[in-house]
Design a protein around this ligand. Structure first.
Ligand SMILES: O=P(O)(O)OC[C@H]1O[C@H](OP(=O)(O)OP(=O)(O)O)[C@H](O)[C@@H]1O
Ligand SMILES: Nc1nc2[nH]cnc2c(=O)[nH]1
Ligand SMILES: [Mg+2]
Length: 167
């Protein structure tokens, strides 16, 4: 694996992310009403589109951050965490707003954004143990050593038959 922290690979299909985003929307419906969504780019964008459609929300703002970069020391298929770079923030404390991301891993991104928006309700599809405590609502927990692969990061390629593989 490219990064020793991650020994497992978890590919997620478009169908799975759509289904899980709808399950998350159903959970959030009962906890509303919500004034709008604040999306943590870029990973939160696809889940947020589905949630906005299900909850009939049209007010959508973004917090734009970057923290993971491709691992330059490897033939990078997973990434390594760097310093958080804030590209765009939002006004206010997040009261009545849903804050959406695709996942929490170490929880570093979430803690950083929650400090800016302490009253927002923070929801993700996936959570790893180190980040669980910082999320208000999530759907699926995966182990800390799992790297989740989203469909927007992948493309179909030829798969070598098992009998012909060296490794
Ligand atoms: O809990 P953490 O360890 O902070 O990791 C979680 C964050 O990492 C990913 O974003 P990334 O910074 O890779 O950018 P992206 O959303 O633009 O892909 C993911 O979408 C979360 O925002
Ligand atoms: N795609 C992806 N980005 C991440 N950023 C932090 N953890 C992950 C992960 O498991 N998958
Ligand atoms: Mg992200």
């Amino acid at each position: 694996m490219p990064n020793q922290t991650y020994s497992m690979d978890y590919p997620v299909s478009w169908e799975e992310i759509h289904r899980n985003a709808r399950v998350l929307a159903l959970r959030l419906l009962d906890k509303g009403p919500w004034k709008g969504l604040i999306v943590i780019t870029r990973g939160g964008l696809v889940p947020a589109a589905v949630i906005a459609r299900e909850l009939n929300i049209r007010l959508i703002d973004t917090v734009c951050v970057a923290s993971y970069k491709a691992d330059e020391n490897d033939d990078a298929t997973a990434s390594v965490q760097g310093d958080i770079e804030l590209i765009k923030s939002v006004e206010g404390d997040g009261e009545g707003m849903l804050l959406i991301d695709d996942l929490v891993d170490t929880g570093k991104t979430a803690r950083y954004v929650r400090e800016m928006l302490p009253k927002a309700h923070f929801a993700t599809i996936y959570a790893k143990p180190a980040g669980v405590a910082v999320v208000d609502t999530f759907i699926t927990e995966v182990s800390q050593d799992t790297w989740i692969r989203f469909p927007w990061d992948m493309e179909y390629t030829f798969s070598t038959p098992l009998a012909e593989r060296d490794d």
